[in-house]
Design a protein around this ligand. Sequence first.
Ligand code: NDP
Length: 448
Amino acid sequence: MAGTMDAIREAILAGAPGEEIANLELPETVLAAFVRKDEQEMFEGIDHQDKDPRKSLHVEQVPTPPLGPNECQIAVMASAINFNTVWTSIFEPLSTFKFLEKFAKTGELGARHNLDHHIVGSDASAVVLRTGPGVTRWKPGDRVTVHCNYVDLEAPEGHDDSMMDPGQKIWGFETNFGGLAEIAMVKANQLMPMPTHLTWEEAAVPGLVNSTSYRMLVSRNGANIKQGDVVLIWGATGGLGGFAVQYVLNGGGIPVGVVSSPEKVELLHEIGCEHVIDRKAEGYQFWDGDKQNQKEFVRFGKTIRGLVGEDPDIVFEHPGRQTFGASVFVTKRGGKIVTCASTSGYKHEYDNRYLWMMLKDIIGSHFANYKEAWEANRLINLGMIHPILSKTYPLAETAEAAFQVHNNLHKGKLGILVLAPDEGLGIQDDAKRAKFADKIDVFKRFSD
Ligand code: NDP
C-alpha cells in the first residue's frame, strides 16, 4: 500500500528512529519542481533576460523517483536555488533534456532519467528513506546533506580526481530526480553528514556553491591560495562569492569584493571583508559596443591598487564575457585567473599579451571532487564557514525564487523549504550552535 508524504514528514519531525522510517511506505507520487520536455522550445526568439522561469518551472505531483544499486531515496527537508536551475528553466545554453537523452544511451539505469519532465535542484538537506543494493555506509533515518557530483567512477581518468571522469554529471542538472522535490534520488556517495548546528535550510544551501568555491580557491586543483594573496572576487555577496570571501579570510588572504550596491558593500564589511568595490557606483564600461575599453581596465586596476596597494594574485571569475578581459588585465604578473562560469556570455575576449608577457595562468574549474566536497562540508560542520542564506521560499514558489536569481535580485543563497514546514528546525546540537551564535548573528544580516 502506498504511504503518504504527510506520514513521512511527521515521523521525521517527531524524530522517529531509523527502523520506523525504514518501515514507512513511500507514496506513488511526490510534489516536485520540474521543466517539461514539450516546452523546451517555449522561449525561442526571446531575449535572455526576458526568459521567465515562472513560465517554465512547474511544481506538481510526479511519479516518485526510483531506487537502484548504490542509490538512496531521500526525504528532502530543504533545498536551494542555484544558477543551474535558472539555466535549466530558460533552456540555455541548451535544453537539459539533451543531457538526459545522452544519459539514457549509457544503459538501463541511465534510461530511467530520460522522462518527459526534468526534476531540477542540486542541493538538499535530507533524511535517508531507503537504500539500494550495495549501500553500506548510510541507513534510513540518517540526516544528510548532498553534494551534486554524480559519477560511477568506473573510468580510470577519474580515479585521482572524480571531476576528471568523462561520465561525471551534476545531479539535478545533468541527471533527473534532483533536490527540489519531496523525495529525491541520489548516489550514496553524494551523501555527507548534515552539520549538527544548522537548521534544515541552512544545511541545504551550501553544497554546490561552497564546494565549487573550495576547489577554485583552496584546492591544489584550483588557485591553491596562500597567506597574503590578494584575491579579487566578483559577485562577492552572491552564491559562490559569499563562500569565496570566507575562504580567503580563513586562509590568511586579502579579499577584494566586487558588488553592485551600497547595502552589499556594508554586508561585506560586516563579515570582515575590508576592501570592496561597488561596480555600479564606479560605472565601469568594460565594453564599448563590441570592443573592449582598455582605459576602463586601467581605471579598475587603479581602484584595486588604491585599496590594497598591489594587484590581485588571484581573480575569482564567473561573470564571463562582461568582465573576463578586465580580470586578465588586472591580475598580478605570475597570478591566476580561476573561472567556473560565464553568466554574461561564454565567448570571452582578452588581450593575450597581458597573459603571456606577464606569465599569468587561466585555470578552468568545475564543481568539486568527492574529497573537496567532503572537506568543504567539514568546514561548515566545524563552524569555520557559514552559509549565507538571505531568504527561504516554499517549494510551491520555486519558480519565483529562480526568477529572483535570474534577475540578480537576491543576496547569498535562496533556500527552498520542502518538507520542513518552517525555518529554524533540524538543529541537532544546540550547545554547538550557541558557541557560534555571534558569527551566525552577523551572517543573519544578509536576511531580507
Ligand atoms: P549568483 O547570481 O548568486 O551570484 C553571482 C553574482 O555575480 C551576482 O550576484 C552579481 O553580483 C555578480 N554578477 C552577475 N553578473 C555580473 C556581471 N555581468 N558583471 C559583474 N558581476 C556580475 O550566482 P552564483 O554565484 O551561484 O553563480 C555564478 C555563476 O557561476 C553562474 O553562471 C553559475 O551557473 C556558475 N556556477 C558554476 C559552477 C560550476 O561548478 N562550474 C558552480 C556554481 C555556479 P553583484 O551584482 O553584486 O556584482
